[in-house]
Write a protein that binds this ligand. Structure first.
Ligand SMILES: [Zn+2]
Length: 825
């Protein structure tokens, strides 16, 4: 978010990033309940005002921490517009939105099967349910014929404790095994209540023996079956809100038992009654609450819902028309799939922490009144006494209003006028439906406009072993701590850099070290640049004007800068900040520091004359100053600091102009000419390292160019090649010219490269002996460690593995050295 905001600001746009937090109703209550439980206090037994105080204290603490993290990270938000989803303006917006939907018939109160979390004792939305495969036991119970005929019908279930809530047994209409049973009556085991056998297409004939017990208050499929067969008895509730067995249909001996206790006892009782036909292991999908991990109890209860289909329609249209664009594009498929299958949204929660449902009921006549300010008089009977709705709204019911509510809606504020619709939403795809899709619906519904034109789903950070970061695994670092220890810019760069495709990427010490090394390189480069400049050097207004005789390196570094600036600008425009960071990393490290500075050493030192020195200085200053601008959105602190140290124009780099792509004119020939030079250096360096030439040796080298054009370029740059490859000299050979000495060689498109062998062989074998001794020492240490049974037993497996790998690598290097030493020089 900050990268995009800072770039937009540098481009001269009116930029606003509104900071804020939501109240995270359910999550906060779960955390506070846990904290109190550790202190021996039961949250549910606290008086309401004390509960609210505990919740508010927890929120204050975490809000402060989040704000500190944002400040430490250098986020350029507008703190004067800070918002919180429970502040008075948000309360007003929330109530306004609810009442508007209520009057339009788009919120309704209804009896529905909801996902009930018996530990938190609240309904939760479908999106807060996590499904996974778990092992259970499948019970097959005999439902005997009610007319006393022998036998009965066998029903399979994993939840025998729900038998008490049965209103029917259902079979598939095409199932020949059960055709004769349809219309007969059976006895519910253990309670002997009479229920009919009905035929219904929802039954899966391959499950168990093909007969389904119908428990409409506790299963979605059963409820549909129930609604299709109007003659069935109205089911009684068999669980209370903590999922304990209760009610007139539950036998005395079972009342008050939990689901697990009830299940064990039911199996026992079925066996005792001779009705337990079979029990077997069974693996199936179990739904648990994301927050409390309790097994969800589907429960028929009265809740508030938003009718979603009419709200989804303009959103689907808007995304199809590309009024809203999703980046990366591939996520739009997931988005459309969900939008097409959208279900009504259960927005009532039975928790303390949230905005109350803005509905009051007349005590005298029961009329429900939805209103922004609590009603004073009943519109039906004019009574003045009201009972408020006991529930609160789902947090997302406030958060989905964020893009316009944070700008002042429902007031028609100047901010709303100026900044709405907003430009970009940056978020994680894990809240695509919780938040992003709902914001779009709210935007179209309440303002008639898309809330933003672009949605960018970033990659997700993973740990160094590729696992998703989660509180549960404990592998998610505290951003405040990492920033304090490593510095904001290091963290910012590390988040973006190792992940050039904007896919999920690893984050950890390796990424942080890489980022730190890069920023150190940048720091050193800027310092070096500063030292080259004569006092009073002005800030570069534009690219230096190079003379026709200017060194190839100057033309080349300007062309490389031009291409980098284009790539960075395009990448940020296409919501690929990692690509931008990667381009800048390569340019600073390899092109400017490793190549340009090395090649230009003589020129910068004045050894090739004053005009050449000035052109090299000007080229260096220009590319470094512009690179600081390009890098500023990613690493704002270090670039600001360096920019002020160098000649500059303006008060702040943060407010300096974003580099114009057309500022430097194209010079593709510079890159074409530099290519064989860099290639020769690379090859000669490779030969050096493969032949284990000691770092302090400077053998002679030769190049036999493949053609006259390459020969012309290489002969002009022979000195450069020699310096970069650390050779005493580089000679150019004609097509048939014999080699002046024994050599090691490499062939490439540019021609053949040679490195002298004999001249260095004595030095080389001595250096190799030294290196061999060093490696042998390390290898014996690694072997001793692995031979220690205590270490192998106690150390984490990946550490042991790392030692094994290192030992093998050392052995291989020693083998190679021995091979070199045995070769004749
Ligand atoms: Zn009334």
């Amino acid at each position: 978010m900050d990268v995009l905001t800072r770039r937009a600001r540098m481009r001269g746009l009116a930029t606003l990033w509104v900071p804020g937090i939501d109240h995270a109703g359910l999550a906060t209550q779960v955390e506070v309940r846990r904290r109190l439980a550790r202190e021996g206090v039961r949250f549910d037994q606290l008086p309401r005002d004390e509960a609210l105080r505990a919740l508010a204290a927890w929120k204050d603490e975490h809000e402060l921490r989040i704000q500190e993290q944002m400040r430490a990270g250098g986020f350029s938000v507008d703190w004067s517009r800070y918002r919180y989803t429970m502040d008075p303006a948000s309360r007003r917006a929330t109530r306004e939105a609810f009442v508007g939907l209520y009057r339009a018939g788009l919120v309704y109160r209804g009896e529905r099967l909801v996902n009930w979390d018996p530990r938190l004792r609240t309904a939760i939305s479908d999106l807060e349910v996590v499904r996974s495969e778990e092992d259970d036991e499948l019970i097959v119970a005999r439902y005997r014929w009610a007319d006393g005929a022998p036998g009965g019908i066998d029903v399979a279930t994993v939840r025998p404790e729900t038998i008490f809530g049965d209103v029917a047994v259902a079979v598939h209409p095409d199932d020949d095994r059960h055709r004769a049973s349809v219309g007969r009556t059976v006895l519910v085991p253990l309670v002997d209540r009479k229920v009919p056998v009905v035929a219904d297409p929802a039954v899966d004939p391959s499950f168990g023996a093909g007969a389904l017990k119908v428990t409409p208050r506790h299963d979605a499929v059963d409820r549909e079956v129930f609604l299709r067969h109007p003659g069935l008895a109205t089911p009684e509730e068999i669980f209370d809100e903590e999922a304990r067995l209760v009610g007139p249909w539950v036998p005395e001996a079972f009342r008050g038992l939990s689901r697990e206790e009830g299940r064990a006892k039911a199996v026992e009782a079925l066996a005792a009654a001779g009705l337990l036909e079979r029990r077997e292991r069974y693996r199936h999908s179990v739904a648990r609450s994301e927050r409390s991990e309790a097994v969800i109890e589907p429960r028929l209860s009265t809740q508030w819902f938003v009718r979603m289909a009419p709200l989804a329609e303009p959103v689907v249209e808007g995304v199809r028309r590309r009024e809203i664009r999703i980046h990366p594009e591939r996520w739009s498929r997931t988005f459309f799939r969900w939008m097409e299958e959208i279900q009504d949204w259960c927005i009532s929660r039975q928790v303390v922490w949230g905005h109350p449902i803005p509905v009051d009921y007349c005590v005298a006549c029961g009329t429900a009144v939805a209103s922004v300010e609590p009603p004073t008089e009943c519109p039906s009977c004019h009574a003045r006494e009201f009972r408020p709705d006991p529930d609160v709204l789902d947090t997302w019911f406030t958060s989905w209003l964020w893009p316009f509510a944070a700008l002042g809606w429902p007031e028609r504020t100047g901010d709303l006028e100026r900044y709405y619709p907003t430009s970009v939403l940056v978020t994680g795809r894990d809240i695509m439906f919780f938040w992003v899709a709902r914001m779009m619906m709210a935007g179209y519904r309440f303002t008639g406009n898309a809330p933003f034109s672009d949605v960018y789903f970033t990659g997700m950070m993973r740990d160094e072993r590729g696992r998703r970061m989660s509180k549960h695994l404990g592998n998610s670092p505290d951003p405040g701590v990492v920033i304090r220890e490593r510095g904001a810019d290091t963290v910012r760069f590390a988040v973006l850099f190792p992940n050039p495709t904007d896919e999920d990427g690893p984050f950890g010490d390796a990424a942080l070290d890489g980022a730190r090394n890069f920023l150190t390189k940048l720091w050193n480069l800027a310092r070096f640049t500063l030292l080259q400049l004569p006092p009073g050097t002005p800030a570069p207004a534009g690219p230096p004007e190079l003379s026709p005789a200017s060194a190839l390196a100057n033309r080349w570094v300007l062309e490389r800068y031009r291409r980098t600036a284009e790539e960075v600008d395009a990448a940020l425009g296409e919501f690929a900040p990692s690509r931008a960071a990667t381009a800048l990393h390569g340019f600073v490290w390899h092109d400017i520091a490793d190549r340009f500075v090395e090649i230009s050493r003589d020129a910068l030192a004045g050894r090739t004359g004053e005009p050449a020195r000035r052109e090299s200085q000007a080229s260096l200053l220009f590319v470094v100053e512009r690179t600081l601008r390009l890098l500023h959105p990613v690493a704002p602190h270090v670039t600001e600091e360096l920019w002020h140290a160098l000649p500059h124009d303006g008060e702040l780099l943060a407010l300096a102009a974003w580099p114009q792509p057309g500022e430097v004119s194209a010079d593709p020939l510079a890159v074409v000419e530099m290519e064989p030079v860099l290639e020769a250096v690379r090859l000669l360096r490779n030969v050096r390292s493969e032949e284990e030439v000691p770092a302090d040796a400077t053998p002679r080298g030769w190049v036999r160019p493949a053609g006259p054009e390459t020969a012309r370029i290489l002969s002009a740059q022979a000195g450069t090649i020699a310096r970069l490859a650390r050779l005493s000299e580089v000679g150019l050979l004609g097509p048939t010219e014999p080699l002046p000495a024994p050599v090691s060689s490499r062939v490439a498109p540019l021609g053949e490269c040679y490195l002298e062998r004999a001249a260095t062989s004595a030095v080389r074998s001595e250096a190799l002996q030294r290196e061999r001794e060093r490696l042998a020492g390390l290898a014996s240490k690694a072997r001793a460690r692995l031979a220690d049974p205590e270490f192998v037993r106690a150390a984490p497996p990946e550490v042991v593995e790392e030692h094994r790998r290192k030992e093998a690598e050392l052995a291989e290097r020693i083998r190679k050295i021995d091979q070199h030493l045995s070769e004749p020089a």
